[in-house]
Ligand binder design. Structure first.
Ligand SMILES: [Zn+2]
Length: 208
């Protein structure tokens, strides 16, 4: 049995002095209780571990409910002799924004979007053009906050998504599907809402 302890309330980088001047989307003004000792052990990026069904990369933050979900999924994986690594749990809106910046940089388009340099998640005008640009090029990236239309805040910023990797992502996606129908899944506080097989991970949307 793994003890899940609730961490203290950590306010993501929301209430900066800069952003107070701007309208903040209601759905994004939240604090998520992150679990300090979530019972999920950390793996080095290169090390493989077969002893636990589930491990996470260093720096991955999980809410207590996400950790409980991951723990049940880990039990399931172990029962079928499989393993997976969590590469992302809860992200702050600023972290989500940094992913947009990194994608834009990686395709060499940074100079097209000078406004990104001082962007904040709460001001869609500072990242929406870049986000549209990435989407038009089929670079999958979620928005840091909801800005109308297709720009919906990532479920990661709400504690309602987890990314997993393993040797075969297609196989892993089917394992998540099987788990979602298993009795172990019934014991998790979060259920699988949908599964997206993304280029570098299996993104699982969760619901209460
Ligand atoms: Zn994801």
């Amino acid at each position: 049995m793994i003890a899940i302890t609730m961490g203290s309330l950590i306010a993501p980088n929301l209430a900066t002095a800069k952003s107070r001047h701007h309208r903040r989307p209601a759905r994004n003004s939240h604090s998520l209780a992150l679990s300090k000792q979530d019972g999920i052990s950390v793996i080095g990026k290169k090390r493989q571990s077969a002893s636990n069904g589930i491990v996470k990369r260093a720096g991955v933050q999980l809410t207590a409910k996400q950790a409980a979900f991951a723990s049940k999924f880990g039990q399931y994986l172990k029962s079928v002799g499989e393993t997976a690594v969590i590469t992302s749990g809860t992200r702050s809106p600023q972290h989500q924004l940094s992913i947009i910046k990194a994608r834009v940089n990686s395709i060499g388009a940074a100079r097209k979007f000078p406004e990104l340099r001082n962007a904040t998640a709460q001001r869609p005008s500072t990242w929406l053009r870049a986000w549209d640009y990435l989407r038009a090029r089929h670079v999958p990236v979620y928005a840091p906050s909801s800005a109308g239309g297709e720009a919906l805040a990532s479920n990661h910023t709400k504690g309602l998504a987890i990314d997993f990797i393993s040797g075969s992502l297609d196989h892993l996606a089917s394992l998540v599907r099987s788990f979602s129908h298993s009795h172990l899944a019934m014991l998790s506080p979060l259920r699988v809402a949908s599964i997206a097989r993304e280029p570098g991970c299996v993104h699982v949307n969760l619901m209460k």
